[in-house]
Design a protein around this ligand. Structure first.
Ligand SMILES: Nc1ncnc2c1ncn2[C@@H]1O[C@H](COP(=O)(O)OP(=O)(O)OP(=O)(O)O)[C@@H](O)[C@H]1O
Ligand SMILES: [Mg+2]
Length: 303
């Protein structure tokens, strides 16, 4: 059973004058078990609308969403995933520990394992030292950390996270990436929205790009990165620049040369290096990164 299946999803909102706003159009998406899936899109693209429909907070105008083969209105289904909303807001008259107890009780966790899990997630998100403070006194980043803690609490198989890195400092962002990688190692599935391509590059297996309510691309992140390679910067020694005349050579002091080799000339270049007894010191791919891939899609999607 696939963790997430979205079929022909359409969502329209009504504005205060009764006019329809189309937020999602014919969205089709499947997320496989054990995958870390990035849902990338600019502001207003429809990411949170998709996620809210997925977790059952709002109703689809047409189409269907299924989580582990079940509609999300099914309480059994809701036990199978953890959800982090876009702007988490909790009962701020409670402490983090009290709030997590409430969440654990909603999931029918038994008292002993609940205490163990609460301690674990508070430590993991590095808010254990503020566990008894009222949420009212939490900073934005601390609230975000608590949001992640409550999504992890019942150790579900699927995580649906709306901008999990939002509002976090660099340490927090790195921590969330580590947590995601650890969850993946444990066979869990993660679906998260973001507009930060570097985060997708760091942790995702696949990415979907949504622009103005329409899905524009779904691809394997490694494939995008490999397809994006257009050449290599190579630094070598022991090879006279005259032997590399037809390549784009930049001479440097001493015996070192830098050469830019287009992707399709790599074999010819390597043969030349071997023939002239050159030695490669450094070789780096030059590629169109995920950010450029994303920007191209967004531009196309807006045409
Ligand atoms: N409750 C609502 N009523 C009317 N329109 C809405 C409502 N919620 C969202 N929209 C509209 O639906 C579209 C998609 O919004 P959504 O919040 O899903 O975007 P998003 O991709 O999550 O953006 P962001 O990156 O800013 O969080 C936008 O045009 C937005 O104005
Ligand atoms: Mg959003």
């Amino acid at each position: 059973m696939q963790p997430i299946e979205i079929e022909a999803l359409l969502k329209t909102y009504k504005n205060k004058w009764g006019r329809s706003i189309v937020a999602l159009q014919n969205l089709n998406l499947k997320v496989n078990e054990g995958e870390v899936f990035g849902f990338l899109g600019p502001n207003g693209a429809g990411k949170s609308t998709t996620i809210k429909t997925l977790v059952g907070l709002i109703r689809a105008t047409a189409g269907s969403v299924r989580v582990f083969g079940m509609p999300t209105t099914n309480p059994q289904c809701r036990h199978r995933f953890g959800y982090l909303p876009e702007n988490p807001a909790f009962y701020d008259f409670l402490s983090a520990r009290q709030y997590l107890k409430l969440v654990g009780n909603c999931f029918n966790m038994d008292a002993t394992s609940l205490t163990t899990r609460i301690n674990h997630v508070l430590e993991l998100l590095d808010i254990a030292n503020a566990d008894c403070r009222l949420i009212r006194g939490y900073s934005k980043g601390m609230v975000q950390r608590l949001g992640l803690a409550q999504a992890l609490l019942h150790d579900p198989d699927l995580y649906i996270l709306d901008e999990p890195m939002s509002g976090l400092d660099p340490l927090g962002r790195a921590l969330v990436k580590e947590i995601m990688i650890d969850l993946k190692m444990r066979g869990k599935t993660i679906f998260f929205s973001t507009h930060v391509t570097a985060d997708v590059e760091a942790v995702c297996d696949r990415v979907a790009v949504i622009v103005a309510g329409k899905l524009q691309a779904v691809d394997d992140v490694q494939d995008i990165l490999e397809k994006g390679i257009d050449g290599y910067m190579v630094q070598l020694t022991g090879c006279p620049p005259s032997a590399l005349k037809e390549f784009n050579v930049v001479e440097r002091p001493g015996d070192v040369v830098d050469v830019y080799i287009p992707k399709d000339e790599l074999n010819k270049f390597m043969e030349r290096v071997v023939l002239t007894n050159g030695r490669i010191r450094l070789m780096e791919p030059r590629r169109r990164n995920l950010e450029q891939f994303f920007l191209d899609i967004v531009k196309r999607g807006r045409l």
